[in-house]
Design a protein around this ligand. Structure first.
Ligand SMILES: [Zn+2]
Length: 89
């Protein structure tokens, strides 16, 4: 589809793969694409911040082991509910 202002990076792709970006599991070009998108897209940026925070909490409560997806979602729901102030204005 044409007319995408974010150079072909779709918000849904960012939201889907934001954990890969945080974990540095993507290729450099993908990483760059996401970086550009996050700089331009406030929605994805706040989602990114939320996921970074989520990862920090999960890591703290579960040690080096990766938390199961269900737990992640549970925590994410809590965070979303609390609506953390990430320093935006
Ligand atoms: Zn976006």
């Amino acid at each position: 589809m044409s007319g995408d202002p974010y150079r072909g990076t779709d918000c849904s792709e960012v939201l889907l793969r934001v954990f890969e970006y945080i974990d540095h599991e993507m290729t450099t070009p993908d990483c760059e694409r996401f970086k550009v998108h996050l700089e331009e897209c406030g929605d994805c940026l706040s989602e990114y911040h939320r996921d970074v925070l989520l990862k920090t909490i999960v890591r703290r409560s579960c040690g080096p082991e990766r938390a199961p997806k269900a737990l992640r979602l549970q925590i994410l729901a809590q965070i979303t509910h609390v609506s953390v102030d990430l320093g935006e204005a």
